[in-house]
Write a protein that binds this ligand. Sequence first.
Ligand code: MN
Length: 274
Amino acid sequence: MAERKQASRRLAEYKAKRNFSRTPEPSGDTSARRAAAKAKAKERFFCVQKHLASHLHYDFRLEHEGVLLSWAVPKGPSLNTKDKRLAMRVEDHPFDYGEFEGVIPEGYGAGIVLLWDKGTWEPEPGFEDVGKALQKGELKFRLNGVKLKGGWVIVRTGGRADGRTGADGQSRTWLLIKHRDEWAGAIDVVEQFPLSVKSFGNFEDILGQDTPDVWESHRPAKGGEAGAMLARIIERAQQLGPAAKPKKKQPSRAKTGKASAGGARRRSRRSAKA
Ligand code: MN
């Protein structure tokens, strides 16, 4: 249907950046259908994914027309109404991606994704035409998440001269700001509530999970900056593992003699078969 076509068009940029034979991220093939069903329920999904890639950031996503409008927020959202958090508009993501938590082994966005918050959102009165609001560069909305609630605004800033324009020719630079209400406060929400709302763990816990959704099985080990970073994180996770999770013995690494991305991959593949 129209919405489905629109969603697949909107995802062209997302797909262009990824090779789906090489990443466990959702391809979005089913997202338009699911989104259409969801639209009937009149509930719009939002999420914040804490993403440890080349730099730690928080991906803020709002469901709209079958996809997830997305901004990368380096410092994460703030409940302090005085904070204007830089939010770089990035390509729309598939609806299915919103519940994703796990590892992106290599390529674009390589790193670990933690589902930091999720819930529903709605535009404030006067902003119901979300497309128009985005075009104008100001969207006021309400969030009903686990951690983030109440009124917010995301507003475009910066000119086209900064060279960071998006596909629409507009600046990619936005600011995410909390509105003054009972859900605002001086609390540092990203510091105070760092854990996942899905697995209730941290990055190391996600890497240490026995569930198979964190890793694809057929990927060759890759070097590079992200690979080296992951190897360090995995090594740390394995060191933390026995203390953090006394119930399970960590798999032996005797064969390789060192922690490596390959070791984690083999571990995951075994789990996937179990
Ligand atoms: Mn990201």
